[in-house]
Design a protein around this ligand. Structure first.
Ligand SMILES: Cc1ncc(C[n+]2csc(CCOP(=O)(O)OP(=O)(O)O)c2C)c(N)n1
Length: 377
């Protein structure tokens, strides 16, 4: 007896018509990371913008080297270097309008500085001095964020609120490959897509979350593919190609500004230095891999393109180097001065209304400091 005979006259009704809510095809990333430098697309790139990117990359590299040296001199507690990732850092800062907002992670000091924050103030948190160290509203840069991915829901909230108020503001939020495994990443992307918030997520896939390689972090085809599940486009770009990162981010920012909703951009790059000065990267990766990426250096890539096209001569190179040296000398000099800190500041700017416990602790500390002062006289 066939199955149909067993069922007798019963015929299931067809299910309600189903189709995907949006066509997933346009959301899919390119098959390989998008590149501009060294390809025909470079002819379309704006020479002035490329020269600005170049000057900022040189300055950024110098900043990384100087900040790392300051950790060795005991002037800076910790520094997560972005050497090798300067193209992402600089493009993220330069792509935004003044009225937009940047939401950086702890690794994104260069983006913060390229956006205009004072180079010393940008290191305040990493120096362990005083709260954020800079006024987020002055340059529209949120505090450097250490808890992974928590800056992402903040960026979505700000972007959504701006849209509700009718303000023309785009938020660009930066996160690492490891950060994409966090719940905050999921929640931020989901809300951003549902609300069509004007936000751009830039994932810098630098290969590692401290010592954990990407293969142990995710089974996704690429991090850009994660966008599709939330209903937003994912873009894959060569993260060491400053012109390509700038172009892809500029498209995403334009789309967000025009009401087209969020985009997830995965920039494929590499962390040349250790996770921070407290990490020994030789314990989990080989020199050969690092060398391969050194040969795909963001500064060299741009320098070769500009030089080949007659857009960068020795004078321009020297002036970029001199400006970077002057910035480093100033950074060194100012970081070598001991900061004057008031321990009572611990209690400022935390709560609008301090809790009774905090008031109690504040009084205790004040009494202790006064007793110390009296003892000194
Ligand atoms: C919520 C949270 N969990 C764990 C950590 C500890 N932690 C600091 S950095 C880091 C790795 C992050 O890697 P990734 O997101 O790839 O960024 P990268 O440091 O490579 O820029 C971890 C696990 C943290 N800061 N926050």
């Amino acid at each position: 007896m066939t199955v149909m005979e067993q069922r007798g006259t019963y015929r299931p009704t067809p299910p309600p018509a189903w189709q995907p809510r949006t066509d997933p095809a346009p959301l899919l990333p390119d098959a390989v990371p998008y590149r501009v430098l060294g390809t025909d697309a470079a002819a379309q790139a704006d020479p002035e913008l490329m020269r600005r990117l170049y000057a900022q990359l040189v300055r950024g590299r110098r900043y990384n080297v100087q900040a790392t040296a300051l950790t060795k001199q005991g002037r800076l507690a910790v520094y997560p270097s972005s050497t090798g990732q300067e193209a992402c850092e600089v493009a993220a800062a330069l792509v935004l309008e003044e009225r937009d907002w940047l939401f950086p992670s702890y690794r994104d000091t260069l983006a913060v500085v390229a956006r205009g924050v004072d180079p010393v103030e940008a290191l305040t948190l990493l120096r362990g001095d005083w709260h954020t160290g800079y006024d987020p509203y002055e340059h529209r840069v949120a505090p450097l964020c250490t808890p992974l991915a928590t800056q992402l829901p903040h960026a979505v909230g700000l972007a959504h609120a701006a849209r509700l108020r009718g303000d023309d503001v785009v938020a660009l939020a930066m996160v690492g490959d490891g950060g994409t495994s966090e719940g905050d990443f999921h929640e931020a992307l989901n809300f951003a897509a549902v609300w069509q918030a004007p936000v751009v997520f830039l994932v810098q896939n630098n290969g590692f979350a401290i010592s954990v390689p990407l293969a142990k972090q995710t089974a996704a085809p690429s991090l850009a593919h994660k966008a599709v599940g939330y209903g937003m486009p994912g873009r894959l770009v060569d993260g060491n190609d400053a012109a390509a990162v700038h172009e892809v981010l500029a498209d995403a920012v334009r789309r967000a500004r025009e009401g087209g909703g969020p985009t997830l951009v995965e920039a494929v790059t590499y962390r040349i230095d250790a996770h921070t000065n407290a990490d020994d990267a030789t314990r989990y990766r080989g020199d050969a891999e690092v060398q391969t990426w050194r040969e795909h250096d963001p500064i060299q890539l741009l320098e070769r393109e500009l030089t080949a096209r007659g857009l960068l001569d020795e004078d321009a190179r020297r002036s970029a180097r001199d400006a970077a040296e002057a910035m480093a000398a100033d950074l060194r000099a100012r970081m070598n001065q001991d900061p004057v800190l008031d321990p009572m500041d611990l209690f400022s700017h935390v709560y609008a209304e301090p809790t009774p416990q905090l008031r109690e602790q504040q009084a205790l500390l004040r009494a202790e400091l006064e007793a110390e002062q009296e003892g000194a006289h």
